[in-house]
Design a protein around this ligand. Structure first.
Ligand SMILES: *[C@@H]1O[C@H](CO)[C@@H](O)[C@H](O)[C@H]1NC(C)=O
Length: 210
């Protein structure tokens, strides 16, 4: 780049040197075009260099953005069911509240969900969507809440009855989370759910980072 600018400047200098035409002729035939041309060419060279810098910067920025976007999309999607290794049966009722641990991972992109604790920890601030579904024995109470830290956000409940054999239910919520907020399903005291590898599930997805 520097080299070509110098070439242009030298060429202009030569042209000026050879310009021996009388003042009047210069004015009428070619006017003050040559000095302007030199200025123009110099400015053009500088502009070209500037453009190249801008272009490089833009390319770097868009590449960085693309990487960031990709990371964001890969940050987190979780789907898990309670059961693991062919286990089948009811969990609960217990006489205290417990966190349901969904051990069988369907997907866990970004590893925001911990299959040993049952807790989903938000990796980035944003809007998330969670669902939880259960299957249960009809003769027992079901009482589950989707928790955001220590707050019950939404609940699903089923009464004890003697005339239905099985129950299915669930709930869902959009949550705005800060980084590190914990989301999990709490099974309240004296309630139960049925576990196998497909039937009682918990899922979460990042919809939009804020
Ligand atoms: C579910 O459990 C919570 C917490 O123990 C309790 O406050 C609530 O009354 C229960 N829901 C129903 C419908 O009994």
């Amino acid at each position: 780049m520097t080299f070509s600018v110098w070439l242009l400047v030298c060429f202009c200098g030569l042209t000026l040197g050879q310009n021996v035409l009388p003042q009047t002729e210069v004015a009428t035939e070619i006017g003050s075009c040559f000095p302007d041309m030199c200025k123009f060419l110099k400015e053009f060279g500088a502009m070209k260099a500037k453009l190249e810098t801008v272009e490089t910067n833009l390319k770097e920025k868009s590449e960085a953005l693309e990487t960031k976007l990709k990371e964001k999309q890969e940050v987190m999607e979780t789907s898990a069911a309670i059961g693991g290794s062919g286990s089948n049966g009811h969990i609960g009722p217990f006489n205290t509240d417990t966190t349901i641990i969904y051990r069988k991972l369907i997907i866990n992109v970004g590893n925001a969900y911990n299959q040993h604790t049952g807790i989903f920890a938000a990796p980035v601030p944003g809007i998330y969507y969670f669902t939880f579904f259960y299957h249960a024995v009809g003769t027992q109470v079901v009482n589950l809440s989707l928790m955001k830290n220590n707050e019950e956000v939404v609940t699903t409940y089923d009464h004890k009855t003697s005339h239905d054999v099985a129950d299915n239910g669930g709930n869902a919520a959009l949550l705005q989370l800060q980084q590190g907020d914990q989301v999990y399903v709490r099974m309240h005291a004296n309630s139960h759910v049925w576990q196998n590898e497909q039937i009682t599930t918990f899922s979460g997805v990042l919809l939009r980072q804020l």
